[in-house]
Design a binder for this molecule. Structure first.
Ligand code: NAD
Ligand code: TYD
Length: 342
């Protein structure tokens, strides 16, 4: 199988690429990634020398580069992760978010229309459903009520992908996953930021009262769901992927402090995020009815392992924060299309 993975140098995309390339029936994988602040080739080091792995530095907004990558690589399956993925950054810079998440997805869909893959998996988020009042849960038919530029740009891209399925019979699957956590997550999202701060003994900034609820999904469970959908998913369909682990933020932060052996006094309540969604909740009943997939990670175990990974990799945190790895790449492998050193 020839697999084009956009955003494969980021958190979830690199976990997916590492996992798929580690399997026996090694697939050919082309990671296409612009290497923004969130993309880091170090995340792909464990598989960089595997036969079948290629890397292309390209921006999904660049129609020519994207078209050429489809033309040359001719993917059987596209898994589209590339995005500006952080809500706070989308509030600071909404148009960047729309340009990559919505316009960039349109560019990819156009290339896929010209060189149709067997399947185009558009990786999206439960945030498109907006805040859900308890005890409700969103299923795939729930209305889209995005409240941040990030979630609105993702909702726009979901609708485009589904429109390409209808209009051009492009075999598209849209996945909507809940909040992911695990190793290699950029320390701007709640869990890695709180772990990094706790380990550095600096305050942990909790927005507002910290009673906002998120459903936590281990990144490996998410990636396994995508693999299952590549094999068994029905084109044209949307699939929710949830961790079945709803927790208020403050509880997550307290557990991190306990596991890091740090005092709760490090918690600092800071002003709330604008339009902060109070509660995300979704059901993955459809995916579970159509496959054997279930989330395998228990949250406490996943959190303990994640903390262990951050403890063992302080250099990674330092490098992604400083952009050092990116500067190294630019010095040594600059230029569009440069392949990663093998
Ligand atoms: P991330 O920010 O860690 O990685 C994003 C990757 O996309 C980076 O490697 C970055 O370099 C690349 N990228 C950004 N703009 C690009 C562009 N214009 N062209 C090419 N590459 C570009 O994100 P993540 O957390 O791994 O999320 C991956 C996908 O999963 C996103 O589409 C996101 O919306 C979705 N998602 C994330 C979560 C979560 O909790 N993190 C949950 C559900 C869905
Ligand atoms: P985040 O990881 O940014 O994901 P999302 O906004 O996509 O759900 O945030 C998760 C939750 O944690 C969200 O309710 C916002 C909150 N949060 C904080 O309280 N403090 C922080 O410093 C961050 C980054 C997030």
């Amino acid at each position: 199988m020839r697999l084009l993975v956009t955003g494969g140098a980021g958190f979830i995309g690199s976990t997916f690429a590492r996992s798929i390339l580690s399997r026996e029936d090694a697939t050919e994988v082309l990671v296409l990634d612009a290497l923004t602040y969130a993309g880091n080739l170090e995340n792909l080091e464990p598989v960089a020398r595997r036969p079948g792995f290629e890397f292309l530095r390209a921006d999904i907004r660049d129609a020519q580069a994207v078209r050429e990558s489809f033309q040359l690589f001719r993917p059987d399956v596209v898994v589209h992760f590339a995005a500006e993925s952080h809500v706070d950054r989308s509030i600071l810079s909404p148009t960047d978010c729309v340009a990559t998440n919505t316009q960039g997805t349109a560019v990819l869909l156009e290339a896929a229309r010209q060189y149709p893959p067997r399947l185009f998996v558009h990786v999206s988020t439960d945030e498109v459903y907006g805040s859900i009042d308890a005890p409700g849960v969103a299923d795939e038919a729930s209305p889209l009520r995005p409240s941040s530029p990030y979630s609105a740009s993702k909702a726009g891209s979901d609708l485009l992908a589904l429109a390409y399925a209808e209009t051009f019979s492009l075999p598209v699957i849209v996945t909507r996953a809940s909040n992911n956590y695990g190793p290699y997550q950029f320390p701007e999202k709640l869990i890695p930021l709180m772990i990094a701060n706790a380990l550095d003994d600096v305050p942990l900034p909790v927005y507002g009262d910290g009673m906002q609820v998120r459903d936590w999904l281990h990144v490996e469970d998410h990636c396994r769901a995508i693999t299952v959908l590549i094999e068994q998913g029905r084109p044209g369909e949307i699939y929710n992927v949830g961790g079945n682990c709803p927790l208020p933020n403050i509880e997550v932060v307290r557990r991190i402090l306990r596991l890091c052996d740090r005092p709760e006094a490090l918690i600092e309540h800071v002003p709330d995020r604008p339009a902060h969604d109070r509660r995300y909740a979704l059901t993955s009943a459809k995916l579970q009815a159509e496959s054997e997939w279930r989330p395998a990670w228990q949250f406490d175990e996943g959190l303990r392992e994640t903390i262990r990974w951050y403890r063992r990799n302080p250099g990674w945190v330092e490098r992604v924060r400083s952009g050092e790895y990116l500067r190294y790449y630019n010095r040594n492998y600059s230029g569009r299309g440069a392949a990663m050193a093998r």
